[in-house]
Write a protein that binds this ligand. Sequence first.
Ligand SMILES: *Cc1c(COP(=O)(O)O)cnc(C)c1O
Length: 398
Amino acid sequence: MGKYDINNDGYYGEYGGAYIPEILYKTVEELRKAYLPILESEDFKSEYHALLRDYVGRPSPLYFARRMSERYGCQLYLKREDLNHTGAHKINNALGQILLARRMGKTRIIAETGAGQHGVATATACALMGMPCTVYQGALDVKRQHVNVERMRMLGAEVVPVESGNKTLKDATNEAIRDWCCHPADTFYIIGSTVGPHPYPDMVARLQSVISEELKWQLEEKVGRNYPDYIIACVGGGSNAAGSIYHYIDNERVKIVLAEAGGKGIDTDMTAASLQVGTTGILHGSRIKLMQTDDGQVVEPYSISAGLDYPGTGPLHCNLYATGRARVLAVNDDEALDAAYELTRLEGIIPALESAHALGALPKMTFNKEDIVVLTVSGRGDKDLETYLKNINRHETI
Ligand SMILES: *Cc1c(COP(=O)(O)O)cnc(C)c1O
């Protein structure tokens, strides 16, 4: 057990825990007792890894980006989660949780979604397993993300638009929790990131840890040692970052850089940089850094990227930041757009807007020529083309 692992109550330092309504206590306790024995069983592992290989297309490649390396004066390797089935890392988690749900005898799946990426991953997993699926999505997001809504419906999921609050991800999550409270015995709630009550943050981190498990042998093969000097990833709730760093957290030679969404700037009120501007509070079942007013009202976050505009960040990342283990950089909308165009024009890879925030950290850093830098491209940019094309003029000169 490394020093950044959780304790028995699900705390990473002062962050985490399980703050849940009484009615969910039995359900969450049942999950807490079940998840490790199941995730570590041979039966689970063989089914999960076979699906990751044959259905998701893993291992995802580790690609040496030659032209980007020249530009930034380092050895830059991209971990290509964008090449996964359904276009991002989220499928790793959704498949793992549905296999767990089946082993726990659950017959119905619910999920929350913001931009729709986690909803699509969950609807995909449910189609594959023949399980009924209800996805809660803020009514505003249902409008903004209609293509993903149509994908979920085609996959057979019921998409429920949530009309409360600001009609975005936070409200969808509240509604999913409400559903769970009404059907705790038969329903499994697939949470999409390293957030929520214990054991979700740890469970999701473990399911995404396949990313750094692959990095170890891919780096050994490509550079002759199994760790990089830097790992850079974007953070919304924190799952792609958690998976990318999982096997390196206790290796102090590996510098961890987390890119959160600066929005219009962390000194404005249009930001989602909750690690840097947030204060400690409780949201969706755990104690984390979140954006809130002095009297504890959650502040609506803002980012150009729908996948990063959650008002908090998972407890693992809060602790990495608080202890200084991770360096956290805010990358603003315009910096992410520039970075997306740069990767597209230099390497022919159109990244998701979320991943573009990780790329936007590069110009803020200084490297030595020999530094091995791994950057996780968490998803592909097809879903973001409209946003990219709206901003094409400022990039014609790149
Ligand atoms: C959802 C999403 C994210 C943000 O979620 P994390 O849990 O922080 O990884 C990042 N990139 C892509 C492509 C996403 O779909």
